[in-house]
Design a protein around this ligand. Structure first.
Ligand SMILES: C[S@@+](CC[C@H](N)C(=O)[O-])C[C@H]1O[C@@H](n2cnc3c(N)ncnc32)[C@H](O)[C@@H]1O
Length: 412
């Protein structure tokens, strides 16, 4: 329906100076970008055009849908008088679409939340690959919305209690951004919970550090108990006593019997070990304290969205005489420090036996702190290589201390 139009939009959005070279393996690069977008959860949709196969002219659009909690690729092929829909397991879908590109369809456009990627074949059959700014907001596509609405229905009582929704269960205009954040978080958490192979018959234990007003804490608890129908024991840890009192009151009113909040600092967390440790935008080194708590107590899943961290920037020095241009300007130096801080966190998690992914959490429109680091305990991680890479990063950038490293029981 919208694909022809969007293909046009994408063509305009793609910048000619962004042409990627060499073009010889452009199709493989395009397919790799498609697979990576699905893996990193930035995929919005893929559109196929310029049909040159046999039979009636057609175009096709692939989107991601959730069926019984399993993600599937849905491919809708539009003929002049009818649409045909095929559903695939994600990998099968990639393989099916791969074969069509360059044989039946001479153009393919990948829309992600990060960028658009377009593959076009010339009349002589030479493929050209180009990237451009994203023309679609990843939180907007219809099938994703449907999936999100399914995971976080807007009329859930806790959304009203937290003033995200009105009495009729409609999201308030001023809270649309918060609702999108909740949806995105639950979407990511849902996949990771199923990947983490928790025992179905045991209560899921969860600690949320720096829980604030509890938007994501209530959402997570509600998802586990209502959608997954699992027993959950969840503790929100928060410095501010007023927020703790507010959240405990709401949990009581909502009859969320397994959810409690305690007023304490992340570094002093007295909670019992948990299957899942969450820290979303917990300030400064509270993120490191939360990660250290998860690693030291053997959490199977750690989910954190880092906030500001002030420890690395003053330590960055031009160790290899090549960083001057990058650290001369305070703004760039801080950004560089943020990236280094998160890279070091990811490597330390890997070195502690976690499979780590960095995922775009919310659109950069809302906050520049939009990375979510997910860590799933896994036996198949090369811990030694990660430790080496951490040391190499220290050497290259010149920092000697990192709060997370200093909190780990099994460090070095
Ligand atoms: C930006 S809010 C995020 C709240 C919530 N996680 C969310 O994403 O909606 C950060 C919260 O972390 C709390 N906090 C900051 N440092 C903390 C620490 N060291 N220990 C516990 N809580 C902390 C703050 O009081 C604040 O409520």
């Amino acid at each position: 329906m919208a694909d022809g139009k969007n293909l046009g939009m994408a063509a305009n959005a793609v910048r000619s100076d962004d042409i990627m070279k060499p073009p010889t393996d452009a199709r493989a690069e395009f397919v790799a970008a498609f697979a990576a977008a699905l893996d990193e959860r930035s995929f919005a949709k893929l559109a196929l055009g310029k049909f040159r196969g046999d039979g009636e002219t057609r175009k096709a659009v692939a989107t991601l849908v959730a069926i019984k909690d399993k993600q599937q690729l849905k491919l809708v092929t539009s003929f002049p008088r009818k649409d045909e829909t095929k559903m695939f397991a994600v990998e099968d879908g990639i393989n099916f679409i791969k074969v069509l590109i360059g044989k039946q369809y001479m153009s393919a456009t990948l829309f992600t939340s990060v960028r658009d990627v377009r593959l076009d074949y010339s009349r002589k059959g030479v493929p050209h690959l180009a990237t451009g700014k994203p023309t679609l907001d990843s939180s907007a596509p219809v099938s994703h919305d449907r999936q999100k609405a399914y995971l976080v229905p807007p009329d859930r009582p806790y959304l009203k209690a937290l003033d995200v929704a009105d009495r009729e269960g409609r999201i308030k205009p001023s809270m649309q951004g918060k609702y999108r954040q909740i949806c995105r978080f639950i979407e990511i958490a849902a996949d990771l919970i199923s990947e983490s192979a928790f025992r179905d018959d045991a209560p899921l234990t969860v600690v949320d550090i720096g829980s604030g007003k509890g938007y994501l804490t209530f959402a997570f608890y509600d998802y586990v108990t209502t959608t997954l129908r699992r027993t959950c024991q969840m503790t929100g840890i928060e410095l501010r006593g007023d927020l703790v009192a507010l959240c405990n009151g709401l949990a009581r009113d909502l009859k969320f019997d397994g959810l409690t909040f305690v007023a304490e600092a992340a570094s002093q967390a007295s909670s019992v070990p948990a299957d899942v440790v969450i820290a979303l935008h917990a300030c400064d080194t509270a993120t490191d304290d939360a990660m250290a708590f998860g690693i030291n107590t053997g959490a199977r899943l750690i989910l954190s969205a880092p906030c500001c961290q002030h420890e690395i920037a003053p330590q960055i020095r031009d160790a290899n005489e090549g960083l001057k241009g990058l650290i001369k300007y305070p703004l760039l130096k801080q950004r560089q420090a943020d990236l280094v801080t998160d890279a070091a966190r990811a490597l330390l998690l890997e070195a502690s036996g976690y499979k780590v992914r960095l995922i775009e959490f919310v659109s950069t429109e809302h906050t520049s702190k939009n990375i979510l680091i997910s860590a799933v305990k896994s036996a198949g991680v090369d811990r030694f290589a990660a430790r080496q890479q951490y040391r190499a990063l220290q050497d290259a950038i010149g920092f000697s201390t990192h709060h997370l490293a200093s909190q780990l029981k099994d460090a070095e």
